[in-house]
Ligand binder design. Structure first.
Ligand code: NAD
Length: 351
C-alpha cells in the first residue's frame, strides 16, 4: 500500500468492527489463526523478549514488542480486573507496525477488539494441536469480554458446538449465551465451575481477578481433557490449582515470559514445558494419547499481535477501512523541522 510520508493509516474501533463484519467473524478468526500459525512456523526469525510490565495495585500496563527484521510491531495493553465496575474494559489495547528500514510507522490500530480476536484464534490454534480429536463440548469459565470470541474460534477451527458457561456473575453468562444465539453453538449455563466442566472435552478458563485464584481444582479434571488457561497472565494472577499442573503436559508461548506470568509461575523454574511453536513446526509432539491432560498456559505473546496487525494491514488496501493520521512531521527539507514550525505560525488576529 502506497502511503504519503507524513500520513499513517489508522484503524479505529469503528473501522475494525466494519472490517470484521465485512470478512465475517469466523472467517476472520480462521484467517488470523492461519497467520499466527505461519509466523509460529518461522518462530526463530523473530526477536523475542518477555513483555515489559508496569504493575500497580489495580492492574498492569504492558508493552509487547517484536520484529522479524523487516517489520517492527508493538502492542500497548492493560489488564485491570476492577475496571468493569466503573464501566471500563478489563483489557484495552492499541498497536503499531513500522518499517525496520526507515523506522517509519506503517499502521496504527485499535487492538481491544483485535486482542480478543487474536487471543481466541491463538487458543483455538493451540487446541487444534492439543485437544482430543472430535472435541465438541467446551466449558468456558469466566464469561466476560473475551468469552464469545473464544467460543466462536473453537467452533470455527475445531467444530465445537456446545459451550457450558459459568461465571460468578450470572448476568455475564446470560449475556454470553444471548450473544451466541444463532451462532450454531448451543449454550448451557451451569451453577458452578464443577458443573460446567462435566462432560466437557475442553475447558477454557478466562476469568479476571488479580489473585492466585483456584478456578479449577484437581478433582474437576478427568483424563483426556484439554485446558485452555487464558486468564492467568500476570505475576500473582493464576487460575489453576498447582496439582493440575503436575498432572498435565504443559505447552507455552515463550517460556521466559510464561514462567513469570503464566500458571507455571507456581512451579519450579525447571519444570518441563513444551514451546507451542515447536509443535506447530513439527519439531515436538503435541497430544500423545487419549488420556493425556494437555494444558495451553496462554499469556499472550508479541508475535501473535504482530501476526494480527499484519493480517489487518493486508486488508486495508482492498477495503479502504482506515483513516489517514497526520502523525509524522514531514518538512519539505528534512532538516528544516524548525522552519516548518515557524511557517505554521498563525498570523495574529488584527485588533
Ligand atoms: P472481563 O472482566 O470482561 O471478564 C472476566 C469475567 O470473569 C467476569 O465476567 C467475572 O465475573 C468473571 N470471574 C471473575 N472471577 C471468577 C471466578 N472465580 N469464577 C468464575 N468467573 C469469574 O475480562 P476479559 O476481557 O474477558 O478477560 C478475561 C481474562 O483474560 C483477564 O484476566 C485477562 O487479563 C485475560 N486475557 C488474557 C489474554 C491472553 O492472551 N492470555 C488475552 C486477553 C485477556
Amino acid at each position: 500500500m502506497q502511503q504519503k510520508l507524513n500520513l499513517v493509516p489508522f484503524v479505529s474501533v469503528d473501522k475494525m468492527m466494519k472490517l470484521v463484519h465485512l470478512i465475517g467473524v469466523e472467517t476472520f478468526l480462521i484467517e488470523l489463526a492461519e497467520e499466527i500459525e505461519k509466523d509460529f512456523r518461522r518462530w526463530e526469525s523473530f526477536d523475542k523478549v518477555a513483555r515489559i510490565p508496569a504493575h500497580s495495585q489495580e492492574g498492569v500496563i504492558e508493552l509487547m514488542p517484536t520484529t522479524d527484521g523487516e517489520v517492527y510491531g508493538f502492542k500497548y495493553v492493560n489488564g485491570h480486573p476492577k475496571n468493569t465496575r466503573t464501566g471500563r474494559q478489563t483489557v484495552t489495547a492499541f498497536g503499531l507496525l513500522a518499517d525496520m528500514a526507515t523506522g517509519y510507522p506503517l499502521m496504527l490500530s485499535e487492538m481491544t477488539m483485535l486482542t480478543a480476536l487474536r487471543t481466541a484464534a491463538m487458543s483455538a490454534l493451540a487446541a487444534k494441536y492439543l485437544a482430543p480429536e472430535h472435541a465438541r463440548t467446551m466449558a468456558i469459565i469466566g464469561n466476560g469480554a473475551q468469552s464469545e470470541f473464544q467460543a466462536l474460534a473453537f467452533k470455527a477451527l475445531l467444530g465445537v458446538n456446545q459451550v457450558r458457561l459459568y461465571d460468578i456473575d450470572r448476568s455475564a453468562s446470560l449475556k454470553c449465551a444471548r450473544n451466541l444465539v444463532g451462532s450454531g453453538i448451543d449454550c448451557v449455563i451451569a451453577a458452578s465451575a464443577q458443573e460446567a466442566v462435566l462432560g466437557a472435552d475442553i475447558v477454557t478458563t478466562v476469568t479476571a481477578d488479580k489473585l492466585n485464584a483456584t478456578i479449577l481444582t484437581d478433582n474437576m479434571i478427568g483424563p483426556g481433557i484439554h485446558i485452555n488457561a487464558v486468564g492467568g497472565d500476570s505475576p500473582g494472577k493464576t487460575e489453576l490449582h498447582a496439582d493440575i499442573l503436575h498432572r498435565a503436559s504443559i505447552f507455552v508461548e515463550y517460556p521466559p515470559q510464561t514462567r513469570i506470568e503464566g500458571e507455571i509461575q507456581q512451579l519450579s523454574a525447571d519444570h518441563p514445558v513444551t514451546e507451542l511453536w515447536s509443535v506447530i513446526a513439527d519439531r515436538a509432539e503435541g497430544r500423545r494419547g487419549r488420556d493425556e491432560i494437555t494444558l495451553f498456559d496462554s499469556v499472550g505473546f508479541a508475535v501473535e499481535d504482530f501476526s494480527a496487525l499484519r493480517y489487518v494491514r493486508r486488508k486495508l488496501a482492498e477495503t479502504g477501512l482506515y483513516e489517514d493520521l497526520d502523525l509524522l512531521a514531514d518538512p519539505d527539507e528534512p532538516r528544516d523541522l524548525y522552519g516548518m514550525l515557524m511557517r505554521a505560525k498563525m498570523p495574529r488576529a488584527v485588533a
